[in-house]
Design a protein around this ligand. Structure first.
Ligand SMILES: O=P(O)(O)OC[C@H]1O[C@@H](O)[C@H](O)[C@@H](O)[C@@H]1O
Length: 318
C-alpha cells in the first residue's frame, strides 16, 4: 500500500533521512547497515514501518487506514498516553497519538555512523494550551526510537512531571504486529497469568492454557506479566520476541471478523493478518511527583521461529 510520500530529503540540521506523507508531515527513516529499516512519523511519534533485511514489513497497517490528522492511522506502533482505552475522561487511548511531535534538539538524533552503533531519533511532546484544558498537567514526553545493527527496534519513553502537583497516567505501546494467519499464531509467556477481560466489563480471569491461541475476538489486559514474551508465527519464517521494562502489563487484542467489519478503517478479512500485543501500564496508574521522571521501554526482535527459545527464560514448543 502506498503511504503517499512525495519528498525524500536529508534534514539539514540532523542529516537524518526524512520523507513526507500526504499531509506534509515528516517521517524519519532509520536504517541498519544490514538493510533493516524503520520509519517514525512526527504525527503521534508513531512507528509506521519496521522492515527486516529482506525488505519485508513486520508491522501491520490497515489497507483502509486513514492518513489524516488529527487521528492516528490504524497500524504500526501508537503511543497511548496519558490514558489507555476509555478508562478516563480523555479521548480514547489519550491524545499523544494524535498530536504532532517535534525532533528533540537538546538530544540530537543520529543515523548510523558506520561503526555499527544504533540509528536513532529523539522526539519530544509537550502539552499544548488545549491539551492543558482537558488534562491540566505539564509534562515532557521524550521518545527515543532506535534500530540496532541487527534490526531490533527499540522505543524508550521518558515522561517527566514539570508540574507543581503530582499527576497519574496510564500508558501503552499499542503495537500492531503483522502475522501470516491469526489462527496459526500463539503467544508464549502469558500462560497462568491473571487477565482483565475488556469483553466482560474487565472481569478478572486466570489464563489456563499452555499458550494463548486465537479463535474469536480477544481484548485482554494480562497483569504483572514477565518482561519477555514471544509471538510465534508458524507460517512466517520469523517470530517476534517482545522485551519490556517499566511496563507491568500486556494488552492482547484482535477484533476478529464481526468487530472489524464495524471499523471503517479496517480492511475485509484483515483481522487475520494482525495481532496487537501492547507493552502497557494499565491496571494501575503511574504517579509522578513534581520533578520525577518515569521510563518505559519496548524492544522488538524478529527472530527465526526455531531460535525463539534462546530468547525466553523457558523453552518454547514450536
Ligand atoms: O480503535 P482504537 O481506539 O485504535 O483501539 C483499538 C483497540 O485497542 C486495544 O488495545 C484495546 O484493548 C481495544 O479495546 C481497542 O478496541
Amino acid at each position: 500500500m502506498s503511504m503517499g510520500h512525495f519528498t525524500n530529503s536529508a534534514d539539514p540540521r540532523s542529516g537524518l533521512e526524512v520523507v513526507r506523507d500526504w499531509n506534509g508531515i515528516a517521517q524519519v527513516v532509520l536504517r541498519s547497515p544490514k538493510g533493516h529499516s524503520a520509519r517514525v512519523s512526527l504525527h503521534g511519534g508513531q512507528v509506521v514501518s519496521w522492515k527486516n533485511d529482506r525488505g519485508e514489513e513486520l508491522l501491520f497497517t490497515s489497507s483502509k487506514a486513514v492518513f489524516k490528522p488529527p487521528y492516528a492511522m490504524r497500524g504500526g506502533i501508537q503511543m497511548c498516553f496519558p490514558q489507555f482505552g476509555n478508562s478516563g475522561t480523555l479521548e480514547r487511548h489519550g491524545f499523544a497519538r494524535n498530536r504532532i511531535w517535534i525532533i528533540d534538539d537538546e538530544h540530537p538524533p543520529t543515523n548510523h555512523n558506520g561503526n555499527g552503533s544504533k540509528a536513532f531519533v529523539n522526539l519530544l511532546l509537550k502539552p499544548s494550551e488545549d491539551d492543558l484544558k482537558c488534562w491540566p498537567h505539564c509534562f515532557e514526553f521524550r521518545l527515543r526510537v532506535s534500530l540496532s545493527k541487527d534490526g531490533d527496534l527499540s522505543l524508550k519513553s521518558r515522561i517527566r512531571n514539570v508540574n507543581g502537583k503530582p499527576f497519574s497516567f496510564s500508558f501503552a505501546y499499542h503495537t500492531y504486529l503483522s502475522v501470516s494467519d491469526i489462527s496459526e499464531v500463539r503467544i508464549e509467556g502469558l500462560e497462568t497469568l491473571d487477565y482483565l477481560d475488556n469483553l466482560s466489563q474487565r472481569e478478572r480471569f486466570t489464563e489456563q492454557g499452555d499458550a494463548i491461541t486465537f479463535e474469536s475476538e480477544v481484548d485482554r489486559v494480562y497483569v504483572s506479566s514477565p518482561n519477555v514474551i514471544a509471538v510465534l508465527d508458524h507460517e512466517k519464517k520469523h517470530s517476534f520476541v517482545i522485551r519490556k521494562d517499566g511496563l507491568p502489563d500486556v494488552v492482547v487484542w484482535n477484533p476478529w471478523e464481526k468487530k472489524s467489519k464495524t471499523m471503517v478503517d479496517f480492511g475485509d478479512e484483515e483481522y487475520k493478518q494482525m495481532l496487537c500485543v501492547d507493552a502497557a501500564a494499565v491496571e494501575r496508574a503511574i504517579t509522578l511527583k513534581p520533578g520525577e521522571e518515569w521510563t518505559g521501554k519496548l524492544e522488538l526482535s524478529a527472530v527465526s521461529s526455531t531460535n525463539c527459545s534462546d530468547h525466553l527464560d523457558h523453552p518454547v514448543s514450536i
